[in-house]
Design a protein around this ligand. Structure first.
Ligand SMILES: [Zn+2]
Length: 280
């Protein structure tokens, strides 16, 4: 069995056309977003594929530079910022297959529906989203084989959206976590009302039980280490938010409490959206 290696491409923060800016902010940025290449000696598997057309092209260049045959693009969860960019990668590697588990496919389909694609993504990123974002094929079973090693899709249920997964590579202690773990970036909690935080906490227990030595977050601060400690930091953040949302009255109070507790995490716009979602 080949010994696998991995590397991560991080798309830097990019401007968002915002409807409502967070209090005191003058511009909005999208959080830095990761894609991870797991490599054998000849073949490779890409996990997630970013958002915009230019990010997709840069990602395809980066994958090509690794000099491997790209067999598979695995999508961890159905948010557009993790797969719309796959169009450019598939154009460059036409024999690669994009796959996802059925729960992820369900969410992907909602993201390419006109209401979400035009009403949300194209408004935020005008002229930057591919005409027809590709949809994955269903992954048969939960395992992708890479030169004799197993890459295992772990179903997590609700984390920052419904029907999410992580990709676990037991032979190298790697978990590519998608948006189930955040690394020094504020958590997208706008979809976690009505028991969503409890489900997310349970998903973190599932990841913890895999005892990974490396955990790559879907959104991470540039240069931040891919430490399993971010499972715990994400859990602490969820508990703090849950406690705060029960204690305070308004969206603005919730926002202020979170910013005071986490003044240095990246992307306050995400907190503002979360606070408005749970308090309106
Ligand atoms: Zn995301």
């Amino acid at each position: 069995m080949a010994s696998l290696t991995w590397s991560t491409y991080l798309a830097p923060p990019k401007p968002v056309v915002a409807e409502r800016l967070a209090p005191g902010e003058t511009a909005e940025l999208w959080s830095p977003t990761s894609a991870t290449l797991i490599q054998g000696e000849r073949d490779a598997v890409l996990v997630d594929a970013l958002l915009t057309m230019s990010e997709g092209r840069a990602l395809a260049d980066w994958v090509a530079a690794a000099g491997r045959n790209l067999t598979t693009i695995y999508i961890t969860h159905g948010h557009g910022d993790h797969f719309f960019g796959a169009a450019a990668v598939l154009a460059r590697f036409p024999s690669a297959r994009m796959v996802a588990v059925p729960a992820v496919l369900d969410k992907m389909r909602t993201q390419v529906d006109g209401q979400v694609l035009d009403g949300l993504w194209r408004k935020r990123f005008p002229g930057q989203i591919v005409e027809r974002p590709p949809i994955a094929d269903p992954l048969a079973g939960h395992t992708i084989e890479l030169e004799g090693a197993d890459l295992i899709a772990v179903e997590l249920g609700h984390t920052d959206t419904d029907g999410t997964t992580a990709l676990h590579v037991p032979s190298i202690g790697l978990v590519v976590a998608g948006d189930s773990v955040y690394n020094d970036v504020h958590l997208h909690l706008a979809e976690s009302g009505g028991g969503g935080i409890g489900a997310w906490l349970a998903a973190l227990d599932t990841i913890d039980a895999l005892r990974p030595s490396t955990v790559i977050a879907g959104h991470k601060r540039e240069g931040a280490a891919d430490s399993p400690d971010h499972i715990r930091h994400t859990r602490d953040y969820l508990r703090y938010f849950d406690e705060a949302q029960q204690r305070v009255g308004s969206a603005r109070e919730l926002y202020d409490v979170m910013i005071e507790h986490y003044p240095d995490r990246f992307n306050r716009a995400v907190v503002w959206r979360a606070a408005q979602a749970v308090k309106n």
